[in-house]
Structures are given as C-alpha cells and as structure tokens.
Design a protein around this ligand. Structure first.
Ligand SMILES: N[C@@H](CCC(=O)N[C@@H](CS)C(=O)NCC(=O)O)C(=O)O
Length: 219
C-alpha cells in the first residue's frame, strides 16, 4: 500500500484528490510544514518537515513524499503521475504521447504558473493584499501570469481538458496550481475557459471530499 507523508494544507492536497478519485487506499503519515510551528525542534513538536525522521526520508525537507514499498518519491506532480500510471484506467495516460503531454503540462504549470500564483495566494493569506506593497506585488505577479494563462485558456477552449477528451490526472495537477490564483478575486474569471473548467474540476465529489478534509485540519 502507498504511504503519503504530508498534510491536507500542503501540496499533498493534489495527491489526496487523485487518491480520492481513484478510490485507492493508502496510509497517511501527517507531516506539517516546520515553518508553521512556533518551535519545530521542540521535543513535543508534531512530526514536521524539519524532524530528523522526516529529513531521513526526504532530504529536501518538504512535503509531500510518497513511499511504495522501498521506493521513495517526492515532487507532488511526479507523485501524481506515478500514482495514476500505477492505477491505470481513464485518469492515467493511455499511451506514450499522452504520458509526454501530461509531463509537459505538469512542467509548464510548475515553471510558468505555480510560483506566481502562490505569491498571489500568500499575499492574501498573510494579510498583505490590501497594503500598497501587497497590491504592487499582486499586480506584478498577475502581469507575469497573463501569458501562461492565455496559453492555458486557449488550450482549454479548444480541448476542454488538459490531455485527451476526458478528465485525467493532468487536470488535477493543473487545477491545483490554478487554485492558488483564485485567491485574487476576478483574476481567473478573465479567462473564461479556465474558469469554466475549474468549476467543473472543483465540482467533482473527490475534490469536495479532499477539500472538506483540508478545512477540517487546523489552519
Ligand atoms: N515542488 C515541490 C514543493 C514542495 C514544497 O515546497 N512543499 C512545502 C509545503 S506545500 C513544504 O513542505 N515546505 C516546507 C518548508 O519549506 O520548510 C512539490 O511540488 O512537491
């Protein structure tokens, strides 16, 4: 059985969503981000990304991490591609070309979109969005997102899904990246094909189930 290390309030959410879609059983080892704790090294601190026992599994000291027997894998999007391929079925790539396209979109999402979308999300989460510095930061990150979001919007307008004519792991991977940009009101709505696809993705029972578990975790 697979083991997932991480918390729902982390990029592990994308793995938990996929596992819910697949109805795949897994073991869950909660590992909280060290920076969210007042003293991650305290003797009574919960298991966290700085705990020696976790760093032994994940030298990068970041969640999520997957273990499958003695096989250890980090990087949330690579983990999702692995899980989907292991499960097979409609969420997985059907052939080498679909596999390559799923990797292409995962890399594009992570390199061209995620950093900027996350910066916007943190400006809101950390209460800076309405300060002059926060507004300037959001404007800059929004400008950087404009080109990749146009690319994604055109792709979804043409194709409806990321890869193949169906919902796959590639949709989960990209939707979880775009979710960070939803923190800025009205931003995603400027891209109607992305907005429509996002609501369909987030309307799925597996997303809702993952989200309810995330909300149940302490903020
Ligand atoms: N690219 C990595 C990023 C992993 C990452 O930065 N995880 C965060 C939580 S979402 C973390 O564990 N941070 C702990 C830290 O920076 O100390 C992935 O997608 O898995």
């Amino acid at each position: 059985m697979l083991t997932i290390y991480g918390v729902y309030r982390s990029r592990a959410s994308r793995n938990f969503w996929l596992l819910e879609e697949l109805n795949m059983e897994f073991d869950h080892v909660p590992v909280i981000q060290g920076y969210r704790l007042p003293d991650p090294e305290a003797a009574d601190a919960p298991f966290n990304t700085l705990s020696p026992g976790f760093v032994a599994i994940s030298p990068a000291g970041a969640v999520p991490v997957l273990k499958d027997g003695d096989f250890v894998l980090s990087e949330s999007l690579a983990m999702n591609l692995y899980i989907a391929r292991k499960a097979g079925g409609p969420l997985a790539p059907a052939d080498a070309r679909e596999n390559a396209l799923m990797e292409q979109w995962a890399l594009y999402g992570m390199t061209a979109i995620e950093t900027h979308a996350l910066a916007i999300m943190y400006a809101h989460a950390e209460g800076r969005a309405k300060t002059p510095a926060g507004e300037a930061e959001i404007a800059m990150e929004t400008a950087r997102l404009r080109r990749p979001l146009k690319v994604l919007n055109a792709h979804l307008r043409e194709n409806g899904h990321m890869v193949g004519d169906r919902f796959t792991v590639a949709d989960i991977n990209m939707a979880e990246i775009i979710r960070y940009a939803q923190a800025e009101p009205g931003l995603v709505d400027q891209f109607p094909a992305i907005a429509g696809w996002m609501s369909a993705c987030q309307d799925r029972p597996a997303f809702k189930s993952m989200w309810a578990k995330r909300l149940a975790e302490p903020a």
